[in-house]
Design a binder for this molecule. Structure first.
Ligand SMILES: NC(=O)c1ccc[n+]([C@@H]2O[C@H](COP(=O)([O-])OP(=O)(O)OC[C@H]3O[C@@H](n4cnc5c(N)ncnc54)[C@H](O)[C@@H]3O)[C@@H](O)[C@H]2O)c1
Ligand SMILES: O=C(O)C[C@H](O)C(=O)O
Length: 334
């Protein structure tokens, strides 16, 4: 205990993420699943002198089921990445089906696992996983997470840069809320652990906000057709997974922003929706983690008028992304 599983483990994110999980002393077993190359990735990682046992699986011979058996934490970076000119929503056509099929495997084999969804478009793929789990009668909203940590990591880096002290990057924390695409990404810079100077101009604040919202595009452009963020995403995914592993082990007081379901448990969902002023079924907010998953969704806290405007701009797109994911499994709303 615990066993971590990576679905999409041979990919650009999957390989370095699997490496970082192999290096995490809390992981005792690591299952790697992909449609290609996992035996090689697993053999390679298995020579690293940390305690976890590593196994690689392919679709043949019930590989998905074998990988997922006994899983406590399942991380999903399977699916295609963006090329320049594409939005994350453009990936829906291919990734929705991939995520649906993997979620079906989880529902059948490891329904109690904590599920961490990286595959884009996260705003829609998380609802897809939830709807599949609901169909199988095993949905627990406290155990399903859209991984938005890369936005948080970016915000820390960019704020530290603006403060003129990159050594602060690891300690700066900025809540990033909403969703994970363009305008649905809302950095609450007024709540930065290391405040921006009073002299910070409105235009600078807008530029910094834009950089967090569209940081993914910078990488897509720089990679010039060879994919999107992989290494920074692996780092971010491993950071979030490490928090989950610590919470499972019983550590209390761990918090992180993550994209969660707001329709039932856990506590705090109704209060958050009141603050948002809108009935919305998923939202990324800071949550408190416990051994059973999300123990509390924390309130937004004080936001500036500018941030309130960003939230209001995010909500309609988020709602439409959510509907798209839900309808893919449940059929269109009548
Ligand atoms: N949440 C985030 O912040 C974030 C950040 C970066 C990338 N992403 C997303 O992560 C996904 C993966 O990105 P990448 O750069 O690693 O892509 P990649 O193409 O390098 O890797 C994807 C892997 O998924 C595998 N795969 C495809 N279909 C599969 C299936 N049915 N079952 C198991 N594995 C399957 C592929 O074989 C490949 O190894 C993309 O959708 C990307 O947009 C999300
Ligand atoms: O930008 C992308 O498509 C990948 C990822 O969502 C990111 O934020 O880097």
């Amino acid at each position: 205990m615990p066993k971590a599983v990576v679905l999409g483990a041979a990919g650009g994110i999957g390989q370095p993420l699997s490496l970082l999980l192999k290096a995490n002393p809390l992981v005792t077993e690591l299952g790697l699943y992909d449609i290609v190359n996992t035996p090689g990735v697993a053999a390679d990682l298995s020579h690293i002198n940390t305690q976890s046992k590593v196994n690689g699986f392919l679709p043949a011979d019930d590989g998905l089921e074998k990988a997922l058996t006994g899983a406590d934490v399942v991380v999903i970076p399977a699916g295609v990445p963006r090329k320049p000119g594409m939005t994350r929503d453009d990936l829906f056509k291919i990734n929705a089906g991939i995520v649906r099929d993997l979620a079906t495997g989880i529902a059948k084999t490891s329904p109690k696992a904590f599920i961490l969804v990286i595959s884009n478009p996260v705003n829609s793929t998380v609802p897809i996983v939830a709807e599949v789990l609901k169909k199988h009668g095993v949905f627990d909203p406290k155990r399903l997470f859209g991984v938005t940590t890369l936005d948080v990591v970016r915000a820390s880096t960019f704020v530290a840069e603006k403060l003129g002290d990159p050594s602060l990057a690891a300690s700066v924390t900025v809540p990033v809320i909403g969703g994970h695409s363009g305008v649905t990404i809302v950095p609450l810079l007024s709540q930065s652990s290391h405040p921006l100077p009073d002299s910070f101009a409105t235009s600078e604040l807008e530029a910094l906000t834009f950089r967090v919202q569209f940081g993914g595009d910078e990488v897509v452009k720089a990679k010039d057709g060879a994919g999107s963020a992989t290494l920074s995403m692996a780092f971010a995914g491993a950071e979030f997974a490490a928090k989950i592993l610590r919470a499972i082990k019983g550590e209390s007081g761990i918090t992180a922003p993550t994209y969660v379901n707001l329709t039932s448990d856990p506590s705090g969902a109704e209060a958050l929706k009141k603050e948002l002023g809108k009935e919305i079924d998923y939202f990324s907010s800071v949550v408190e983690l416990g051994s059973n998953g999300v123990s509390k969704i924390l309130p937004l806290g004080k936001v500036t008028d500018y941030e309130r405007g960003l939230i209001n701009a995010a909500l309609p797109e988020l709602a439409s992304n959510i509907d798209k994911g839900v309808s893919f499994i449940a059929g269109p709303k009548l």
